[in-house]
Design a protein around this ligand. Structure first.
Ligand code: PRX
Length: 648
């Protein structure tokens, strides 16, 4: 395990108590209330979580709240429920039936709203469409769609009949799609002719067509017409969404599912070249996303909540779809780029839709700062009452800008730390209860027994830094890695005895606040998105000109981390700017545009230890500009340095 990212040099001392008016109306309005509930959740988890689960609908109540057979958890054992039911049907008996579930805006400016009743109807119809295509309980369905209402409709339809979805972010390439479809053995793909991004069509169906010759498990494809672009439709395999929906019955009772029934698989990057299929199951994930949405976003009946993430990432799964709908809240969904047609698009939408709760990523905030305050200040943001961040550490300057320009020094900020694996928010302020400090995710959420340990697994003393671990199971935790339980055990539960290993470094302060310091493994965080160095390396070496590649992250002003690649070439390939462009496109083709290296350096050799391990720390220093190197070819000279370092 690398310890080099861990430092404890943060000295931020500003504090921001919850505004009184906010605390007075908050779901949790004081530190004492937080502490009391937190203590109960840790000391009597079964009482605490059992009580929360009672707020939701179960076809059959559980017998046992938790069965923990390290490192495998089962929550609400013996209970049967359905997440689609809890997100939809549960709201249809009262005034929420005609409440708006989603306010959607397409990038070109088209708009739609769906009430809970309308959303329920669409979901029931699409669930019947899936059944008609032979999709049954236990099957896997790959969803590769733009940010349109049909995306959550497809997810909720899967959940309704007990089929698991695997949503693949629309920015991933055909090759990435092949890996994910193959690993999950998906029987169907739900996609669209395209989606709008910066005024252009993202050709999703074309990528599916490129992938499908290599994915024998797929029997049918459903294609939503979104952009009216020309697409190839293969007879017998490909169907138009609108044609299937036209004939679909709108009655489809939700299937009672075992609490541990597979809800979804979501692939995320790890330390090897192969993405990991994170497995989430029904009951615990439902309870976890429901409770965090309720407390962290302080959701009230009249809130207009907007999370700017793409549903292709876990943030969208938990906090655009499941947790938000389970609370019967109104959510905003936006299809396109934040600067289309102009850099004030998001603030224009906040004003027009009267958004009250806004959740985004630090990388977006840094971009807004760069675009200029005038795009923000020309809009009325007075409806906002709470703002949040997720995905990466937020630098105190960005936090202060968010606080002043967006929150108008009036809205609490919730900096929420969590992961695809954790399913729900784990470390976060509760906005009416916890005093915030810019750059700190503050305190653990209910039921989260977080600690910071050294390499020997011993708790460190604040303010020392170490590895962030979670000591006890929590309801929305991943259950395993799809098809690879051994890797699950090894990756998460064997690095620090008895604990869930997060892969993040952290330190805490005298108030017990957590300060996240980034990854301690070979995973980068690029614009809040996880990317494995090994994945980018294997994409690079799959190009004919490349003999060997080493990839590291480096500090990047906007993206948080940028991607730097050190590449040795085969035979007589010439390392010039043209080849850099070719390799960048090649990586985009292999993985997706988000994986394109920001820097490429050609070198005759990679600096290695005597045992052949690439000296990544040295490469990181070079990429960050901390090590002086003249030009690319002089990297060889580091072989000398390498030897010296080895002898340290
Ligand atoms: O390094 C942490 C960082 O994002 C990683 C999880 O990435 P992913 O599974 O893609 O999920 C992102 C959205 C939940 C973590 O291991 N991270 C996430 N939130 C924060 C964060 N780092 C610091 N502060 C945060 N608030």
């Amino acid at each position: 395990m690398a310890t080099e990212n861990i430092a404890n040099l943060l000295t931020e001392s500003r504090t921001f108590p919850p505004p009184e008016a906010f605390a007075a109306q908050a779901t949790c309005g004081s530190l004492e209330d937080y502490q009391r509930l937190y203590d109960e959740s840790i000391n009597s988890p079964e009482t605490f979580w059992g009580r929360v689960a009672e707020e939701l609908h179960w076809f059959r109540k559980w017998d046992t709240v938790l069965e923990w057979d390290h490192p495998h958890a089962r929550w609400f054992v013996g209970g049967t429920t359905n997440l689609s039911y809890n997100c939809l049907d549960r709201h249809l008996d009262g005034p929420r039936a005609d409440k708006i579930a989603y306010i959607w805006e397409g990038e070109p400016g088209d708009q739609r709203t769906l009430t809970y009743r309308e959303l329920h109807r669409e979901v029931c119809k699409f669930a019947n469409v899936l059944k008609g295509l032979g999709i049954a309980k236990g099957d896997r369905v790959c969803i590769y769609m733009p940010m349109v209402p049909e995306l959550p409709i497809a997810m909720l339809a899967c959940a309704r009949i007990g089929a698991a979805h695997s949503v693949v972010f629309g920015g991933f390439s055909a090759n990435a799609l092949v890996d994910r479809i193959t690993d999950a053995e998906a029987k169907a793909v739900i996609t669209a002719d395209g989606g709008w991004r910066r005024g252009k069509v993202v050709p999703l169906k074309a990528a599916v067509d490129e992938a499908l010759p290599r994915t024998p498990s797929v029997q049918s494809v459903v294609v939503l017409r979104r952009t009216d672009s020309a697409v190839d439709m293969r007879d017998g395999r490909d169907h138009w969404w609108h044609e299937l929906m036209a004939d679909a019955d709108d009655t489809c009772p939700a299937e009672p599912l075992d609490s541990e029934h597979l809800l979804y698989i979501l692939y995320t990057s790890g330390t090897t070249g192969k993405p990991k299929g994170i497995v989430h199951t029904t009951g615990g994930y439902m309870v976890g996303t429901y409770l965090t949405s309720k407390y962290v976003f302080d959701l009230k009946e009249d809130d207009i909540y907007w999370c700017t993430a793409d549903i292709g990432w876990v943030t969208g799964h938990s906090y655009i779809v499941y947790g938000i709908l389970a609370n019967g809240a109104t959510g905003v969904m936006y299809e396109g780029a934040p600067n289309h047609p102009a850099p004030d698009r998001l603030w224009d939408m906040v004003e027009r839709h009267k958004v009250t709760v806004f959740y985004t990523a630090p990388t977006a905030i840094r971009t807004f700062i760069k675009w200029g305050d005038e795009h923000v200040t020309k809009h009325d943001l007075s409806t906002l009452r709470l703002i949040g961040t997720v995905g990466e550490p937020i630098n105190p300057e960005a936090w202060m800008w968010y606080h002043k320009l967006i929150g108008k020094e009036r809205c609490p900020i919730v900096d929420t730390w969590w992961q695809t694996e954790t399913g729900a928010i784990m470390i976060t302020p509760l906005p009416g209860a916890v005093t915030t400090k810019p750059g700190s995710a503050t305190l653990p959420f209910f039921g989260v027994d977080a600690d910071i340990v050294n390499e020997a697994g011993e708790s460190v003393t604040p303010p020392d830094g170490g590895f962030l671990v979670i000591r006890k199971p929590w309801p929305s935790m991943l259950r395993t890695l799809y098809g690879d339980d051994e890797r699950y055990q090894q990756q998460y539960w064997s690095q620090v005895a008895g604990c869930y290993f997060t892969g993040d470094g952290a330190h805490s302060d005298a108030d017990g606040y957590f300060w996240l310091l980034g990854r301690v493994d070979d995973v980068m965080n690029v614009s809040g998105h996880r990317m494995g160095t090994a994945e980018v390396e294997s994409a690079l070496v799959s190009h004919d000109a490349v003999a060997e590649a080493a990839v590291v992250g480096f500090p990047h002003e906007l993206k948080g981390e940028g991607i730097a690649a050190f590449v040795t070439l085969r035979g007589d390939a010439v390392g010039d700017d043209e080849l850099k462009t070719v390799l960048r496109s090649h990586v985009a083709h292999e993985i997706g545009a988000i994986a394109k290296p920001d820097q490429i350096r050609f070198t005759d050799a990679l600096p290695k230890t005597r045992s052949g391990k690439i000296m990544r720390r040295l490469l990181r220093d070079i990429a960050a500009g901390k090590e002086e190197i003249g030009d690319t070819t002089t990297l060889e000279d580091y072989s000398v340095l390498t030897k010296l370092r080895e002898e340290d």
